[in-house]
Design a protein around this ligand. Sequence first.
Ligand code: SF4
Ligand code: SF4
Length: 162
Amino acid sequence: MEIEGKDVPVTACTTPVAEGMVVNTKGAKALRLAHTALELLLASHPVDCAHCLKNGSCELQKIAKHLGVKLKTKRFRKILPELPIDSSSPLFIYDPNKCVLCGRCVWVCQEKLGKGTIGFAYRGFRRTVTTFGDEPVGKSRCQDCSECVAICPVGALAFKAH
Ligand code: SF4
Ligand code: SF4
């Protein structure tokens, strides 16, 4: 977002509100950064909405529509992860290739429920959400509460019977 009087845009989630602050979320500089961030994210996302369990309720689709960015954008070279899909849980699938690393599932499992079954592992392009020792989720300490599935904004965590 842009703040009146500041030369460069700032991140909304880390900027404390201050008395008299004038915020613009639709300024040209802020929108340019938002477009680029989304296009970079899509450059490593396997866009296959027609066969995705979150098609129609996916937040990536909503943001792309809001910003006027095509999901199959060609601005950046596409480099896709090729990680195995985990369908070991009786209730849900975990497709790490579609994960946008938002951290919501990790937060709900660790901070809200105090379980800590899943967390972030590895660095850079290999960064992923996984269980301790990279075990399939169905063989981990996961108790299938499915709160992570409910909070996942994309098709990475999705109910099998959806
Ligand atoms: S996660 Fe969203 S953008 Fe990605 S394939 Fe599924 S519906 Fe499409
Ligand atoms: S909530 Fe979904 S998109 Fe976000 S980190 Fe977890 S699996 Fe990835």
